[in-house]
Design a protein around this ligand. Structure first.
Ligand code: AMP
Length: 412
């Protein structure tokens, strides 16, 4: 038997309905704040992610599905949405639009990660990006919007972890300090962290092994070193979140697995999830557009995992859609009339299903009951139909062309 690849899954109909509901909630919340939907291609030039996400990140080093496009160019299934949206912003000259340009997406992403609960190789994210504003209000508004999306999704209690990375210039001195600290404790660090002291010392905060984590507990943090405008920006984001009544925890160890972040950084964690507890997160990325050869443009955004939101909700799978009428056939002579009646019923705004499996009349009635049909219209050769109310069991003869009106009258 051929199965879906490891780490991927099928979205079955009952799950698709929950997803559609989540999409509707997110679209309403983001739309009301002026965000408009964008969708970018499933694959992009590999270079976009190498430059945008960062050569030293796990995503680019080990998790990309890259392939040759047949003409010698390397393409990659998108592992994240921010770099593609920024590419689109630059390509379509969106810097000429009123700023910030506020966009959202709901797309699937691909990472060759070790699969586990809440971590897949193809997964979906709802993301929002506000491109063209450096204002702390943008960050605070995005955070509040993500909190609202999570709430509307029924995710329940979440913890908001908040931090700031400052600007890359301010980070230079700190990185040197951190490197010195890491080298002084090199013998206790995991080989992965040790190998990347120079390339990406901040990722040491993200390490999972115990010894490295112990070392990192006393490491100097960037949050303690914030100065000047960086400190002011962060204070303003905090003040706005306080005013909005959104509780957060300052988390100086917060590092996200993408290199492009500057200043504000956050994640929402759900205690309902296991090891993969982050439902969504994001931050400010003031240098990314420039890194992708666009005009210098500050920006901010987040992404939330659809599967993790659904795992954290206690929403039951959605029941199938109601069926107003099941059109049954009394005998083969009625099939043409039944076919037409089902179509007419749908045009009239009813949900109607037609017998498609050649069941006996008894079998058709049993099937109509199973799918929860309100009425069964039994169509035969003559111009009348038997209309059966499935809840009362009452059955009456009506002219075939009066069936729809009779159902609508009973259920206006
Ligand atoms: P990131 O793009 O890494 O910042 O992740 C944003 C969100 O996407 C996370 O908070 C998760 O909810 C979700 N996510 C990231 N990677 C995966 C994955 N491999 N499988 C499922 N969800 C993921």
């Amino acid at each position: 038997m051929i199965q879906a690849p490891r780490g991927t899954f099928d979205i079955l109909p009952e799950d698709a309905a929950r997803r559609a509901r989540l999409e509707g909630e997110a679209a309403a919340i983001l739309g009301a704040a002026g965000y408009r939907r964008i969708e970018t291609p499933t694959f992009e030039a590999t270079e976009l992610f190498a430059r945008g996400v960062g050569e030293a990140t796990d995503i680019v080093r080990k998790e990309m599905y890259s392939f040759d496009d047949g003409a010698g160019r390397s393409m990659t299934l998108r592992p994240e949405g921010t770099a593609p949206v920024c590419r689109a912003y630059i390509e379509h000259g969106m810097h000429k639009l009123p700023q910030p340009v506020k966009l959202w997406y709901l797309s699937s992403f691909f990472r060759a990660e070790a699969p586990q609960r809440g971590r897949y190789r193809q997964f979906w994210q709802i993301g929002a990006e506000a491109i063209g504003s450096a204002a702390p209000e943008t960050d605070a508004e995005l955070i509040v919007l993500l909190a609202e999306v999570l709430q509307a999704a029924g995710v329940g209690d979440v913890e908001l972890h908040l931090s700031s990375l400052g600007t890359p210039e301010a980070r230079v001195e700190y990185r040197e300090e951190l490197k010195r600290y890491l080298r002084a404790h090199e013998d206790r660090l995991s080989p992965e962290v040790r190998d990347r002291i120079d390339a990406n010392p901040l990722r040491a905060f993200d390490a999972k092994d115990r010894a490295t984590r112990e070392v990192m507990q006393s490491a100097p943090t960037l949050l303690e070193r914030l100065e000047g405008e960086d400190a002011e920006h962060f204070a303003r984001v905090r003040a706005l979140l306080d005013a909005a009544g959104l509780r957060y925890e300052l988390d100086p160890s917060l590092v996200r697995g993408l290199d492009y972040y500057t200043r504000t950084l956050y994640s929402f964690e759900s205690p309902r999830l296991g090891a993969q507890s982050e439902v969504g997160g994001g931050g400010r990325y003031d240098r990314l557009i420039e890194q992708l050869e666009g005009p210098p443009t500050p920006a901010s955004g987040w992404a939330a995992g659809v599967e993790r939101m659904l795992l954290a909700t206690e929403l039951a799978a959605a029941p199938p859609e109601p069926v107003d009428v099941f059109v049954a056939v009394a005998d083969a002579a009625g099939t043409g009339a039944a076919f037409a009646l089902a179509q007419d019923a749908r045009r009239a705004g009813l949900s109607a299903q037609l017998e498609l499996a050649g069941r006996s009349l008894k079998g058709q009635l049993r099937h109509a009951d199973r799918i929860g049909a309100r009425y069964v219209a039994i169509v035969g050769e003559d111009s009348h139909a038997s209309l059966r109310d499935m809840s009362s069991g009452e059955q009456r003869e009506v002219p075939r062309d009066a069936v729809i009106a009779a159902i609508k009258e009973a259920h206006p």
